[in-house]
Design a protein around this ligand. Structure first.
Ligand code: GLA
Length: 380
């Protein structure tokens, strides 16, 4: 990838620039908790985005996406928003940097990635973090890493139409080889947990389905949670977000909010606790408990939060049948992957069955990715 980027960069702009990279992410547990001020437990992976960047002395960004084989040039004012969706991520990062008082001028770039799109591995956060990091370095802005993650998140909010939480951008900025990171999304305190479950493997099974409307359904989930939290706050003014709420406080408002919002909130309150329980279990080396909690998350995401789909429920059930220790839909949902914690000796049988039985039912094989926990945003 590095060579291809360099070759293209040289052919387009004559001389080389500096190479930056960032990563996609997995999340062991803690889904849809980030925008509720709860805990998440992600890590960066060995699939990511790489970009060569060089300041060009103009007021224009000249970008080339190798994966789309497309060029796009845009200015840096609010009215210069490009029409190509991929370029909006770069534009958003520049604009959000400027809004924070950072300097951004024209630059040339060529980039490419190997994070599968729509698989729930946050290819967009990888793209945002790569450029947030690159722009910060190239223009000497000295913006700290948390703010770089927030630049990516605000890009999603203001230029891409997704009201996401901070998890993905956090993971791709703070990722560290071999470690998962537990983040408290309210206080932004975080802790690295070395993750090397001996005797087990972490594997993603990608259904390769991607549901349109995923971003509007995502925004709708978020609105439901905020609605439930607002109702609870009337009785308990001390709360800031849904993750501060006790389960019994939710019961108090059951008749006052739509049942759908109640179910969404029920899932979130349970999930925040599950992250803490998983971390405790990990510290004891108790992977069976970790796995059981993953199955509970899947149940909640499927039945209460309703972000699973037939294909993912099928993969989850199949995992149970093949004695996989833990399995659940990962990321925003509405397609993408399941994440599976599986004993070494059961791995081959599970993967073979997943491929064969999924293909028999849905007409195509799922893709399999072994997880390697890696570093996040960096200059190469
Ligand atoms: C997407 C969002 C994240 C998070 C997850 C669900 O990946 O970008 O902020 O909400 O969904 O956990």
């Amino acid at each position: 990838m590095k060579q291809k980027i360099t070759d293209k960069f040289l052919s387009l702009y004559g001389e080389g620039g500096t190479m930056y990279a960032s990563a996609g992410r997995i999340n062991l547990i803690g889904e849809h908790t980030d925008y509720n001020g709860g805990y998440v437990f992600p890590g960066a992976i060995d699939k990511g985005i790489m970009a060569m960047v060089k300041v060009n002395g103009t007021d224009k960004v000249r970008a080339f996406s190798l994966d789309y084989n497309e060029a796009c040039e845009f200015g840096l004012n609010e009215e210069d928003k490009p029409s190509k969706a991929w370029a909006c991520y770069l534009f958003g990062v520049c604009r959000e940097t400027i809004k924070r008082g950072g300097k951004v001028k024209g630059f040339d770039t060529v980039f490419a990635g190997d994070v599968p799109l729509g698989a729930g591995l946050s290819s967009s956060a990888a793209l945002e973090s790569t450029f947030a990091f690159a722009v910060n370095e190239e223009f000497g802005n000295n913006i700290d890493k948390f703010e770089l993650a927030k630049i990516g998140q605000s890009t999603e909010h203001n230029y891409c139409g997704v009201n996401c939480g901070i998890m993905d951008q956090f993971a791709s900025c703070f990722g560290k080889k071999g470690s998962l990171i537990r983040l408290n999304c309210k206080t932004l305190e975080y802790k690295y947990f070395p993750f090397n479950p001996e005797g087990y493997r972490l594997v993603l099974v990608d259904s390769c389905v991607k549901h349109e409307l995923a971003s509007s359904a995502y925004n709708k989930r978020r609105a439901s949670c905020e609605n439930a939290a607002a109702a609870i706050k009337k009785n308990h003014p001390e709360i800031d977000c849904l993750s501060d709420c006790k389960r019994i406080w939710l019961d108090e408002v059951r008749g006052e909010i739509p049942e759908e919002d109640f179910l969404r909130a029920e899932y979130v309150i349970g999930e925040v606790q599950r992250v803490l329980d998983v971390c405790d279990a990990l510290e004891r080396g108790d992977y069976e408990t970790v796995g059981e909690l993953m199955y509970q998350t899947h149940f909640g995401l499927s039945r209460l939060y309703e972000v699973s789909c037939e294909e993912l429920d099928f993969l989850n059930k199949l995992a149970r049948k093949y004695d996989v220790t833990g399995s659940r839909v990962m990321g925003g949902g509405f397609g993408g992957c399941t994440i599976n914690l599986v004993k070494d000796e059961l791995y081959d049988a599970f993967i073979a069955a997943a491929k064969e039985q999924f293909a028999a039912k849905f007409g195509h094989e799922p893709k399999i990715y072994d997880v390697v926990i890696s570093d996040g945003a960096r200059k190469l």
